[in-house]
Write a protein that binds this ligand. Structure first.
Ligand SMILES: [Fe+2]
Ligand SMILES: [Fe+2]
Length: 385
């Protein structure tokens, strides 16, 4: 049977070249292969009005002239990783899930993954939309954040694909997870400060700038950057053992997206601090470190719930160390002191999954996935070699 295969993307994942030169009354702005001619006076006025917060707002397409080049570069990087959940073959996962091929410990990890991320992806998407993007004023920062939000929708969709493919009772999963204290605490920890920020606050006041900065740090560095990774690693460890490889492949793509979200969050936060040095007081820096410390403690409690004892090829202490490793690199990434001396990754194989294959194009690999759809060949495992 022949299967229609969508045309592979012709877009190059190469990052754009940025060039701005002045020529007479115009500013020539080059973005990758495209060249834009801007009126010099208007371009200068628009550039002068651009700030992370409290800048000029406009409904026009005023990404140009670019002030925050790095945001556009990260946007291109995010787009180069585009993927679609519902074309990931789940035949093998469904067989393993429904024929008793998994141990109770393995099933529990998958249930925790589905249960936790079903809520968490939505919390991130909603918070980036109503707290971060809403308060940003520079168009290229808003533009990149909108891509971030869209990717959270893809992640939510991937959970639906998993739940539908395995025939899991959605209400049962939801009910089960609202009763787990470590999950409740993790979600409450990150959402408790959001309601006021969603209402719109006066960002000319230092105390409110700090609340906004803390929200960016909380969503992108504590939650996405630290509290997502241990469970991702558990599921990708099962993937390495040839178990639930469709889910593993989706989590691999998701994790790659998350690394871009963390990078974007770090960039916005550092630009915000550079433009508003009044917020970066010693007291506020200490508050962020304490915030991360609390996030780490909650995450360790969650890890102990996901993997109560060693087994299924995993050791609990490695995951607890991994939590500290991630927290430390997020803190260091924004110039804050680390919480411990853990500086190396206990899962070097995971680094390879995330970083070395970062440029892999979903559309190029999709042909192979279509060709093997319905067979038991594990193409997803090829990704980890
Ligand atoms: Fe996500
Ligand atoms: Fe994310």
């Amino acid at each position: 049977m022949s299967i229609a295969v969508p045309e592979p993307s012709t877009e190059s994942p190469a990052l754009p070249d940025f060039l701005t030169i002045e020529e007479g009354d115009f500013v020539i702005h080059r973005l990758g292969s495209k060249t834009f001619r801007l009126d010099k006076t208007k371009a200068r006025a628009r550039l002068a009005g651009k700030q992370v917060i409290n800048g000029q707002r406009s409904a026009e397409l005023n990404i140009l002239p670019l002030k925050y080049h790095e945001a556009y570069r990260i946007y291109k990087q995010m787009k180069a990783n585009h993927w679609e959940p519902d074309v990931i073959d789940m035949t093998r996962d469904s067989q393993q899930w429904n024929t008793g091929a998994l141990s109770s410990k393995e099933r529990w990890i998958i249930e925790m993954g589905v249960g936790y991320f079903s809520a968490a992806e939505g919390i991130v998407g909603d918070s980036v939309l109503h707290v971060i993007e809403d308060n940003l004023t520079a168009a290229e920062l808003k533009h990149a954040s909108l891509r971030h939000i869209a990717e959270e929708s893809i992640h939510m969709d991937s959970l639906l694909h998993i739940i539908g493919s395995l025939n899991i009772d959605l209400d049962e999963v939801t009910a089960k997870f609202t009763d787990i204290p470590s999950v409740q605490k993790k979600n409450a920890f990150i959402t408790r400060q959001m309601p006021e920020l969603k209402m719109g606050i006066d960002l000319t006041k230092t105390v409110n700038k700090q609340r906004f900065a803390k929200a960016i740090f909380g969503i992108t560095q504590v939650m996405e950057g630290t509290q997502f990774y241990a469970l991702f690693a558990m599921i990708l460890s099962l993937h390495r053992q040839n178990k639930m490889t469709g889910i593993g492949q989706m989590f691999q793509y998701t994790l790659r997206d998350e690394s871009n979200h963390i990078e974007l969050g770090r960039y916005i936060l550092t630009q915000l601090i550079a433009e508003n040095p009044d917020l970066w007081t010693p007291e506020f820096r200490a508050e962020l470190v304490e915030f991360m410390r609390e996030g780490v403690e909650l995450e360790k409690e969650f890890v102990r719930d996901c993997l109560p004892e060693d087994g299924v090829g995993m050791t609990q202490i490695d995951f607890l160390t991994y939590v500290e490793y991630n927290a430390n690199r997020r803190l260091a990434g924004v110039g804050l002191p680390t919480l411990s001396n853990v500086s190396s990754n206990p899962f070097t194989w995971l680094d390879e999954v995330i970083f070395l294959r970062k440029e892999k194009n979903f559309f190029e690999t999709r042909v192979t996935e279509y060709q093997t759809s319905g067979s038991l060949k594990n193409t997803a495992e090829d990704d980890l070699i």
